[in-house]
Design a protein around this ligand. Sequence first.
Ligand code: NAD
Length: 377
Amino acid sequence: MSTAMPDAGSASIAPLAAAGDAGLGAFSYCSQQYRVVFGAGTSARLGEESERLGIKRALVLTTREQQDLGRRLGAGLGDRLAGLYAGARMHTPVEVTNEALGIVESRDIDGLVAIGGGSTVGLGKALSLRTGLPHIAMPTTYAGSEMTPILGETSNGIKTTQQSQDLVPDTVIYDVDLTVSLPPQISAASGLNAIAHAVEALYAPEANPLTSLMAEEGIAALARALPRIMTAPADIGARRDALYGAWLCGVCLGAVGMSLHHKLCHVLGGMFDLPHAETHAVVLPHAAAYNAAAAPNAMARVARALHSADAPQGLFELARQLGLPRALSEIGMPEAGIARAAEMAVRNPYANPRPVERAPIEQLIAAAWRGDVPAPH
Ligand code: NAD
């Protein structure tokens, strides 16, 4: 069974200034409560932002790889720094959260500072949910978790997801300088992953003029920044654009529901243990092609943001320009898994502009597996 949804963003399309015109459909818009501090060098404001939240004994969270960064930035907390926990890991394992919770309790911690990508921010969310402590996030990738009320946790290999306003960090310090060390190839894949949030936000059932503005702007900022980052990873202007775009795409992910593309990536990643961001990069042009005819206004906005005549082709071309993998076969998916993945992807109904049907979904996955130029099936 599948669910067809209208192209909900349709009434707010070109020109952008028409957002208040008659013809604009009814919508609801709900914003998250958070404070954003954005710019180059903003991590110097960590002490001041901690003071604002009344934090006196902060625990800094990082991955093992980023512990030196945690130590360096944590020093900015002065005598508000009470400890560093450098055990954050992908998919927020509950045993990691419990270990960190032990430190929170034994050291009388009254605030959390997560410095890193989605894995570290996930740990910050898991701890703040359990303790009610204030949470400052300092993102160093383009994943966008800091903007969402969503937490995915794993326990005994099983992933569960929950949603709560309490998960949104109180303050997000986006320091462009912290993203310069993100290797170009990872920046590209992480950036394409962020673009995927915005593409699906444009045709989400809850799409509204505000999220659509942010989605188009987010895609445009990332699309102009990522090719520059590939050739000049330390270009602060490009890094600023990319982080700005990632912020906007993260807001979209937190504000509206995702559809076919995210479902496919979830299924493929889970079944074949594929790399998360690269899977997004490969599937996105094909998911866009699948939905293109059913979401023409969303596609027009994506194409406009990419300066391309066609959204799926523009996304495919961007991935090519960034040197990202373009076939699921390149990133470890077995050909024998195509039919099984299609079966899983249509098992539960979810909102999507075009009905999600078994035969064309299998063709989509097969095309993505081979690395074909995207075409509607
Ligand atoms: P990550 O946080 O796992 O980081 C990947 C690796 O890159 C880590 O080793 C990290 O230390 C390193 N790294 C991070 N920033 C760096 C930098 N600037 N320079 C050098 N190395 C750096 O990766 P991610 O893609 O940011 O996050 C993925 C995780 O986030 C997944 O678990 C995913 O499910 C989750 N996520 C959750 C949401 C949500 O809304 N809940 C949204 C997006 C992602």
